[in-house]
Design a protein around this ligand. Structure first.
Ligand SMILES: [Zn+2]
Length: 121
């Protein structure tokens, strides 16, 4: 299993506290979720980059790693929230089981950071 979390910080909305509890998104999780999200080709300076559609506001946003100065960028949202999962059964699971749940792509969708943070995880 790919546990290189550093590569995906730009799409990991959840903060350090959740990271310690759940781990974080695997690269393959991010790749899967973004691959089924509508994209548009754009540019940033001389680079050609992708913009991804937010499931909530329907706007188009780049990955933070592609546009480091972006104040609005694409993240990955848990449809059924991490907080509720933890309160119900997550607290009784070990780290690996929680991290497996965290990375279930059926519960994930692309969402811009603003929509994601106002939704509350
Ligand atoms: Zn949005």
């Amino acid at each position: 299993m790919d546990t290189d979390y550093d590569d995906v910080k730009d799409v990991n909305y959840d903060g350090p506290g959740w990271r310690a509890t759940y781990g974080g998104f695997w690269k393959e999780t991010v790749d899967t979720v973004l691959s089924r999200t509508a994209t548009a080709v754009g540019s940033y300076g001389s680079l050609q980059i992708f913009y991804y559609r937010c499931a909530n506001c329907r706007g188009w946003f780049p990955r933070k790693r592609d546009v480091p100065s972006a104040s609005k960028y694409i993240t990955i949202d848990h449809i059924s929230s991490v907080r509720n999962h933890y309160k119900s059964v997550g607290q009784y699971m070990d780290f690996d089981a929680r991290n497996q749940w965290y990375n279930k792509t059926g519960n994930l969708r692309a969402m811009c950071n603003r929509c994601n943070s106002s939704k509350g995880g």
